[in-house]
Structures are given as structure tokens and as C-alpha cells.
Design a protein around this ligand. Structure first.
Ligand code: PLP
Ligand code: COI
Length: 370
């Protein structure tokens, strides 16, 4: 059982009991799985898991063989969706070492998500330690080249009770999945369906946190996008159905012919770590960035007039993906002739060069694990 003690600075620290898998995947099988992993279907050998109860606090921190969770059918998460998650990546450097990108930002956002969902907050030290422990033990699963290891920390309400209230027990776990590109075809431009019927988040709701329920509620709109032949859905604001919010799993940026950038303001959208990093990189390069409301009508008009040069989606899974085409009931329009734009691809290169350790980490975003 993991022993917990308080560090001098008062933050909780747990010692993880590491039990390596008895029969890990062979080198040959792993190499075959890493050949073309796609996104989210291949998993590493281990998981990190920590338990919480109101009586004991966080305890039983383990790294062990990845396995099913036995859940009573009345477990709270199965009924009321008290669940949150994160997404971050580990990158293989050219020197063979491993970089994590801004894990502290994910740990902080996870706490905010827990707070909004009335869940026990995972101390940031425990979050980061769990991620690092898993990356250490499964480091052979990090693909070379432009692949990476997608790390998925998550927490579920584990109390067996059908009353509607915050759970008194939680499981925090971290799993990992070697990935290539989120979209088939890599950073080729994607097409977007504008959801005029369904919204994602309203003021006072959960749009700004990463809870599974947000994604469940987005699936009808995403299915509509697929039906229309689009890759992703873009949501509009819940009040006027006019202003661009974000995609189902990505933030969005617009690039204008005066060289400036615009991205929707925080509030009901997920405060993306990629979004924040892009704003920092753009500003540092002297590019003006506005965090302002932008309507779908303006987007259409600016694309037609040539004022809008590019648009792109961004997120941990998507990195930076140019948007080539926008489809809606009011007709379709293309952006930049449907081609990847210079700004999107330039920012993408800057970002991934930092993540893979090919460019200087002047923002202190990289945490070396190996
Ligand atoms: N918006 C949503 C709804 C997301 O699911 C994600 C992905 O995590 C993002 C934005 C981008 O966030 P980040 O850059 O932190 O991955
Ligand atoms: C991410 O980019 O980490 C996401 O969570 C997006 C999606 C896979 C849900």
C-alpha cells in the first residue's frame, strides 16, 4: 500500500508501490503495435492507480499491470457521470530522453475540474508523480519520429450509492496510449460542421472543465458532422447561437490578412494548454492576438472577402490542424483555398520543436522524465 506523508511545503506526497507486469508485451509485439498506432486504440502494459475515501484520504498508490476495474452496478459514476479526465503527451527526444509538455498545467486544470464536479481534488504532486511513474515504466512504448505517448489521467466516483450527491470514494488512474496523428492524414486540412441545433456549454455549466459528460453531450452533433462528411463539429454559444466557441475536442484560432490572430475568449470553453501555448508563442513573435467573440456570420463574410487567411484547430491530441472547409445549413465555404496555411504550419513547427526538445524551452514548459 502506498505510504503518504506531507512534504515540507504541505503538499501531499504518495509513495507508489510499483508492481511490474509479470508477462510484459514482447519487443516484437510492441514494435508491431507501434508501427501505425493511430489514436487511442493501442495501450501500454501498465496503469497508475490511487484510491480516495472520505475516511482515509488519498491512499493505495500503485503502478501495476493494466487491468479491468471491477465496478458494482450501483457505482455512482455509472449513473450520474461524476467523472473528469486530462490529456497530455510524452515525446521522445533525439537523444533518446523523454519530455513531458506542461504536466503542471494539466494537474492544475484537473484540480479545477474536480472542484467544479464536487470531487476530491488530486494533489498536483500526486498527479504529476503518477504520470511520471507510468511514463518511466512504459517508456519503451513511446514511438519514435513524430509519434508520441498520449497520457490519459482520469478520475471516477466510486461510491456504491444511488442517491444523487458527491461520491465519498474516488479512483484516480492514469493510462497511456502510443499515438500517431489524431486525424487520418496528419496535419492535412480538416473540415468542420457548424452545429446550429446543439450547443456545448452555457454560463454556469461545465464547459470550462474536462468532464466526460461534455463529450457525451457533444456526440449527437459530432455524428451530424460525420453524416455531412466533416471531420469535426464547431459549437456556437448557447445564448445567441452566433459566436464560435470551440470544436468537440479542440480550441480554434483565426488568422487575418493583417497578420493578427483571434481566438474565442475563455468562459464556457475549455482553457486549452495548447491554446495558451500558441498565444504565448505568437505574442513573442510579435503577432497580435485577440481573445474576442467572433460570429459564424463574420467568419463566413471574412472568408468571402479575403480578410480571413486561415483558421486552425488546436489541442493535445490534434496538435495544430488547419481548417480547410466549413459546412453548415447555410452553405459551405473554404478557407485558404482548402490548403494548410503558413501561420498554422509555422506555429505547429514551433510548438512541436519545443515538445520534442529540438528548440530551446524558454518558457519552462518541458519536464524531462528521462
Ligand atoms: N477543447 C476541448 C473540448 C478539448 O477536449 C481539448 C482537448 O483537450 C481542447 C480544447 C484542447 O485542450 P488542450 O490544448 O489542453 O489539449
Ligand atoms: C485532448 O486533446 O487531449 C483531448 O482530450 C481531445 C479528445 C481526444 C477528447
Amino acid at each position: 500500500m502506498g505510504v503518504s506523508f506531507d512534504k515540507a511545503d504541505g503538499s501531499l506526497w504518495l509513495k507508489f508501490d510499483v508492481q511490474p507486469k509479470a508477462d510484459p508485451t514482447s519487443d516484437a509485439d510492441r514494435a508491431a503495435k507501434l508501427k501505425d498506432p493511430g489514436f487511442g486504440r493501442v495501450f501500454t502494459d501498465h496503469m497508475a492507480i490511487v484510491r480516495y475515501s472520505a475516511d482515509e484520504g488519498w491512499h493505495s498508490a500503485r503502478v501495476e499491470s493494466r487491468a479491468n476495474f471491477p465496478l458494482d452496478p450501483a457505482t455512482a459514476v455509472l449513473h450520474y457521470a461524476q467523472e473528469i479526465f486530462e490529456g497530455l503527451k510524452a515525446y521522445r527526444r533525439d537523444d533518446g530522453g523523454i519530455n513531458l509538455f506542461r504536466p503542471d498545467a494539466n494537474a492544475k486544470r484537473f484540480r479545477n475540474s474536480a472542484d467544479r464536479m464536487a470531487m476530491a481534488p488530486v494533489p498536483e504532486t500526486v498527479f504529476i508523480e503518477a504520470v511520471e511513474q507510468l511514463v518511466h515504466i512504459d517508456h519503451k512504448w513511446i514511438p519514435g519520429g513524430e509519434g508520441s505517448l498520449y497520457i490519459r489521467p482520469f478520475m471516477i466516483a466510486n461510491e456504491v450509492f444511488l442517491g444523487v450527491k458527491p461520491s465519498s470514494e474516488y479512483i484516480f488512474a492514469v493510462i497511456a496510449s502510443p499515438v500517431g496523428s489524431y486525424f487520418k492524414g496528419g496535419p492535412a486540412p480538416v473540415s468542420i460542421w457548424v452545429s446550429e441545433t446543439y450547443t456545448r456549454a452555457a454560463v454556469g455549466g461545465t464547459g470550462a472543465v474536462k468532464c466526460g459528460g461534455n463529450y457525451a453531450a457533444s456526440l449527437r452533433a459530432q455524428a451530424e458532422a460525420i453524416d455531412r462528411g466533416c471531420d469535426q463539429v464547431v459549437f456556437l454559444d448557447a445564448v445567441e447561437h452566433r459566436y464560435i466557441e470551440e470544436l468537440g475536442g479542440m480550441n480554434v484560432f483565426f488568422v487575418f490578412n493583417d497578420g493578427s490572430l483571434l481566438t474565442p475568449p475563455l468562459g464556457t470553453i475549455l482553457p486549452g494548454i495548447t491554446r495558451d501555448s500558441i498565444i504565448a508563442l505568437a505574442k513573442e513573435a510579435g503577432t497580435p492576438v485577440r481573445e474576442e467573440a467572433y460570429s459564424i456570420d463574420q467568419w463566413r463574410a471574412d472568408a468571402a472577402s479575403g480578410k480571413l487567411k486561415e483558421a486552425f484547430a488546436c489541442g493535445t491530441a490534434a496538435v495544430i490542424s488547419p481548417i480547410g472547409k466549413v459546412c453548415s445549413t447555410k452553405g459551405d465555404f473554404t478557407i485558404n483555398g482548402g490548403a494548410a496555411g503558413e501561420m498554422a504550419m509555422g506555429l505547429r513547427k514551433k510548438l512541436v520543436d519545443i515538445q520534442y526538445g529540438r528548440a530551446a524551452d524558454t518558457h519552462n514548459w518541458i519536464k524531462k522524465v528521462l
